[in-house]
Design a protein around this ligand. Structure first.
Ligand code: NAP
Length: 296
């Protein structure tokens, strides 16, 4: 049966309303003389990282979150970075610490992430928070997976009892998403399959998905023939591809071939304007929660 009207899951709009709700929380904290603080650490001059960091700092300002900017040169030593993290761990004005990834190859990401105190780890990458997530305990959840869940929730898409197929098993998206969706909890209780680059005949799995989540970083990999009619499709991918018709010479696409897949899906996130804006909103949400917890 052909889908009559596909629902576009608007992440920009959802993130904007989430940010409005967060303003109420920062105002409530302000009454208690608490201003949430987020330290954003950038090492080097990767242009994409600079864009992300600027946008995080701007959103902090909009919400009344104090942002502390620490831009370190690409050749900075690991010791200098770890010393900075130590200082931020001790600084009471700083409730959340974010080190923008990827780091230059010389620096050990694992050591850097583990240096952040779990209660300030608003990215949710510290092993303590990863463990809490797996155990179904309270902790900080990585922003992109958390954003995907909030997006589904706000569009009335319930994963309970559904078959969710995730393509991608990274520590920042695929694995935490699976951990969230298998929880015995509201807005979870899904049956989850994870595919990756060694999965044979991926389409065999993706076609079985009630909810298909693509988080691979391969432009328009998910084709219409790989998607079941009436599935919900969440596209986490952000890929820049050449486009001679654009002034910049490039454009952003997801991991899903949107034009064709949107004709089969019941609901789908676009790129840009889908999962991306939710990631920043969830970072703000985690920072405010860290401030609330610290102020108890
Ligand atoms: N919207 C946002 O806010 C946001 C946030 C984070 C990431 N992203 C985007 O999401 C995408 C994924 O990010 P990531 O950090 O998770 O990437 P990643 O660390 O590179 O992981 C990619 C995953 O996809 C799998 N994969 C790659 N090519 C595949 C193929 N041909 N067939 C099947 N599986 C394949 C890889 O499998 P193996 O494990 O076997 O290598 C890996 O598990 C990227 O486009 C990134 O820009 C967006």
């Amino acid at each position: 049966m052909a889908i009559t009207k596909t629902r576009i899951i608007d992440g920009k709009k959802t993130a904007a309303s989430l940010l409005e709700e967060l303003k109420v929380k920062t105002a409530a904290l302000a009454k208690k003389k608490i201003q949430p603080g987020l330290a954003v650490v950038l090492v080097g001059e990767d242009p994409a990282s600079q864009v992300y960091v600027r946008s995080k700092r701007r959103t902090c300002a909009d919400l009344g979150i104090q942002s502390f900017s620490h831009d370190l040169p690409a050749n900075c030593t690991e010791k200098r970075l770890l010393n900075l993290i130590d200082k931020l761990n001790e600084d009471e004005r700083v409730h959340g610490i974010l080190v923008q990834m990827p780091l230059p190859d010389r620096l050990n990401e694992k050591r850097v992430l583990e240096a952040i105190r779990p209660e300030k780890d608003v990215d949710g990458f510290h092993p303590v928070n990863v463990g809490r997530l797996l155990n179904g305990e309270e902790g900080f959840v990585p922003c992109t997976p958390a954003g995907c869940l909030v997006l589904m929730q706000r569009y009335g898409i319930r994963p309970e009892g559904k078959h969710v197929v995730i393509v991608g098993r990274s520590n920042i998206v695929g694995k935490p998403l699976a951990a969230l969706l298998i929880q015995k909890a509201d807005n979870a209780n899904a049956t989850v399959t994870i595919c990756h680059s060694r999965t044979r005949s991926i389409a065999r799995y993706t076609r079985e998905a009630d909810i298909l989540i693509a988080a691979m970083g391969v432009p328009e990999f998910i084709k219409p023939r790989m998607v079941r009619e009436g599935a919900v499709v969440i596209d986490v991918g952000v890929n820049r591809i050449p486009d001679a018709t654009k002034k910049s010479g490039t454009r952003l696409v997801g991991d899903v071939a949107f034009a064709g897949v949107s004709k089969k899906a019941k609901a789908i996130t676009p790129v840009p304007g889908g999962v991306g804006p939710m990631t920043i909103a969830m970072l703000m949400s985690n920072t405010i929660r860290a401030a609330e917890l610290a102020g108890r």
